[in-house]
Design a protein around this ligand. Structure first.
Ligand SMILES: C[S@@+](CC[C@H](N)C(=O)[O-])C[C@H]1O[C@@H](n2cnc3c(N)ncnc32)[C@H](O)[C@@H]1O
Ligand code: SF4
Ligand code: SF4
Length: 337
């Protein structure tokens, strides 16, 4: 159950040390398909039609382009990635090149984990509430039971965590979810639902959300297995309820859609619409000729895959220890959504 290999650690150090003059993506997220077996209210992706998906040769071509551009972490998601019949082959190719993670709704996990665990550094299973709360949000009865069964099987094979999306319907379940993660013996990562124009508006009411963020920050400080950094919660409290903005660095993360197209500037602002195929451009050149400045003060979303790397600072010894030395960088690919 490898967490971070030396080759990946060197990549992180290289990218994190880059001066602001040169941009390269450290983390990549890739949707393998939009199709899904669940029907989550807050999710726009299952509502989209898949075009022709990348075959294994194209997946490898994509990976080679990402590697050349400086990417060290590749996180797979969708839609539901376990619906891909070639998921084992794809993860295997990724594991040879990157620190590899995946986020799944867990429905198919119990039957598939043994065939994929050797090629995963970290696995996230989405759980948004206890029992019916989860099932209602996910639109399919029985999805809570399946996800828990999946976690109970997978935790013996791979490092893993729960990934929880806070919406207006599960805000009061934060404590129950933290307790569930303790009971299941896995970590938990939280993020806040964003309102995409093509999904049901499920983001929590800002005033009520403040208490939940403060509560989760408190669990983090008290040593509960919350993967988000303390700084993640601080950034939200200081910006959404104060005047201190965090500087967003969306260029640290690149997302690639199911057809191999680059999503720029970030997952949220263009609602995950891809442009050019990643192997048809010079990604480094593209990254360094783009004007990222307008996005620095955006502060619109709380997606961990952008916010956590944006907050990283060499000047904060506890962050360096938590994320590099303790290899806890895995959280960054658990927030791809
Ligand atoms: C899009 S799903 C894809 C992987 C897999 N189907 C799953 O649910 O884990 C990845 C993550 O995005 C989260 N998500 C879905 N809709 C979201 C939204 N509107 N805002 C923030 N996160 C969202 C899900 O809860 C899930 O944890
Ligand atoms: S969040 Fe994941 S499980 Fe839910 S509909 Fe979207 S892709 Fe499917
Ligand atoms: S805060 Fe979110 S929406 Fe805004 S630029 Fe950063 S990643 Fe994109």
């Amino acid at each position: 159950m490898a967490l971070i290999r030396p080759v990946v650690a060197r990549g992180i150090l290289r990218t994190m040390k880059m001066s602001s003059g040169s941009r390269m993506p450290l983390i990549a997220g890739h949707k393998l398909l939009y199709e899904c077996n669940l029907r989550c209210k807050m999710c726009p992706f299952w509502r989209r039609e898949d075009e022709k998906l990348l075959d294994i040769d194209e997946e490898v071509k994509m990976m080679e382009s990402l590697k050349r551009a400086g990417v060290s972490f590749l996180g797979f998601e969708g839609g539901e990635p376990l619906l891909r019949n070639d998921i084992g082959e794809i993860l295997n190719e990724s594991f040879r090149r990157f620190h590899t993670s995946m986020v799944t709704n867990g429905w198919l996990l119990k039957q598939k984990i043994r065939s994929i665990s050797d090629d995963l550094n970290y696995l996230f299973v989405s759980l948004d509430g206890i029992g019916d709360v989860h099932d209602r949000l996910r639109g399919v009865q029985g999805s809570f039971r399946k996800a828990v069964e999946g976690i109970e099987t997978a935790r013996d094979y791979v490092h893993m965590a729960i990934s929880s999306t806070i919406t207006k319907e599960n805000m009061d379940q934060a404590t129950d979810l933290v307790n569930l993660s303790v009971k299941l013996g896995v970590s938990i990562n939280f993020q806040i639902a964003y309102d995409y124009s093509t999904a049901d508006p499920m983001s929590p009411e800002r005033n009520k959300l403040r208490d939940t963020i403060a509560l989760l920050r408190d669990y983090k400080i008290r040593g509960y297995p919350v993967l988000n950094s303390k700084e993640y919660f601080d950034a939200l409290l200081n910006s959404w309820y104060g005047t201190e903005k965090w500087i967003c660095k969306p260029w640290l993360t690149v997302n690639i859609d199911p057809s191999g197209r680059i999503v720029q500037p970030c997952y949220v602002l263009n609602e995950y619409e891809g442009t050019e195929k990643v192997w048809e451009v010079d990604l480094r050149k593209m990254w360094n000729s783009y004007n990222w400045e307008p996005y620095e003060s955006c502060n619109k979303c709380a997606l961990a895959c952008y916010l956590e790397p944006s907050l990283f600072s060499w000047k904060n010894p506890s962050m360096v220890k938590e994320r590099i030395i303790d290899s806890m960088v895995s959280y960054i690919t658990g927030g791809l959504s």
